[in-house]
Design a protein around this ligand. Structure first.
Ligand SMILES: Nc1nc2c(ncn2[C@@H]2O[C@H](COP(=O)(O)OP(=O)(O)OP(=O)(O)O)[C@@H](O)[C@H]2O)c(=O)[nH]1
Length: 302
């Protein structure tokens, strides 16, 4: 092994286009590797300071690396490395993943759903953060659920790795909650903030909500990515900010419909509707529906 390549501690997957942040040293790619693109300023393929040079396999997707991050590989987000979980006969909890870009309002939505649904459902939450327990701490500070109903997973890596590739820490957290709390109706699994390619494995959650916000402008649904195109529910949050950033919500609605077909999209402002009414109603509908497989195919009851 070359000294500039560290051993991988996660499953290897196939590959494609990716990007590296910052300015630094050129690096090599293995023979036979699929051509990929780099940021404009990256004419020589550069890594952020502290980043270690590494290889990428065919099919890998676009992402950025933080300073000092350990090199690793990512799978094609269209390929789920795990088998879909069956929602167990209507008896076990429905697990819903909540993902989306940094700061889009995932934790605020989790808090809102806890406040709205805690009186009618037996629920628990798993949060994922890279280096901290920030999101769990926020939920605790705001008293949206008793402390024993919240578990924090520190991923120590790109959040999408812990919710899609190696989901063991999240599965452990889910299992611990079920053992400790007894029968549950709903477990919300919040991902750390990530890019538009981050999706949950159907081996971890039965359904997933993808949260984007209008603050970055009205182009986000048009940009697509598996979260936007394939999430079971797309939430366009912070609609109260639309006039301030010049975002046209009708354009976002049109683009979301074009990208998502029949899949639902909800426009939300947690400032104006702190109960997240439309999302809570969607969750209620899901729990009332017959049990089914995580990939949406018909399941069974009992
Ligand atoms: N104006 C406005 N602000 C919002 C809304 N929803 C959330 N926010 C604010 O947006 C900021 C980010 O919200 P979070 O819930 O922390 O976002 P997040 O997606 O969990 O962030 P990460 O976990 O860091 O990825 C906070 O300051 C929230 O108060 C909204 O509907 N309108």
């Amino acid at each position: 092994m070359r000294p500039d390549r560290l051993p991988l501690d996660r499953p290897e997957h196939g590959t494609g286009t990716h990007r590296h942040a910052g300015a630094t040293a050129p690096h090599e790619h293995a023979g036979g590797e699929v051509p990929h693109q780099h940021a404009e300023r990256d004419a020589q393929l550069q890594h952020a300071e502290g980043e270690v040079s590494h290889e990428h396999a065919e099919g890998e997707v676009s992402h950025e690396h933080a300073e000092g991050e350990v090199p690793h590989r990512h799978p094609d987000p269209a390929v789920d490395p795990h088998q879909p979980v069956e929602r167990p006969g209507g008896a076990g909890p429905v697990r819903i993943g909540i993902g989306g870009p940094v700061g889009s309002g995932k934790t605020a939505l989790v808090a809102a759903l806890c406040r709205t649904l805690a009186a009618e459902l037996r629920l628990a939450v798993v949060t994922n953060d890279i280096y901290t327990t920030e999101d769990a701490d926020f939920l605790l500070r705001n008293g949206v659920l008793p402390a024993e109903r919240i578990r924090a997973v520190e991923t120590g890596c790109c959040p999408h790795t812990a919710i899609r590739d190696d989901i063991s820490a999240n599965l452990d957290a889910v299992e611990e909650l079920e053992l400790l709390l007894g029968p549950l109706d709903l477990i919300l699994v919040e991902s750390g903030g990530d890019n538009l390619t981050a999706t949950f494995s159907r081996g971890l959650v039965h359904r997933q909500i993808f949260v984007v916000d209008v603050a970055g402008g009205d182009k986000v649904p048009r940009k697509g990515g598996p979260g936007v195109t394939a999430a079971d529910l797309l939430v366009v949050n912070k609609t109260d900010l639309a006039p301030l950033v010049g975002a046209d919500l009708s354009v976002m609605a049109r683009d979301a419909a074009a990208r998502r077909g029949a899949l639902p999209t909800v426009f939300l402002s947690l400032v104006e509707d702190p109960a997240a009414t439309a999302v809570a109603d969607w969750v209620r509908g899901l729990l009332a529906a017959p049990a089914g497989r995580a990939d949406g195919r018909a399941g069974h009851r009992g």
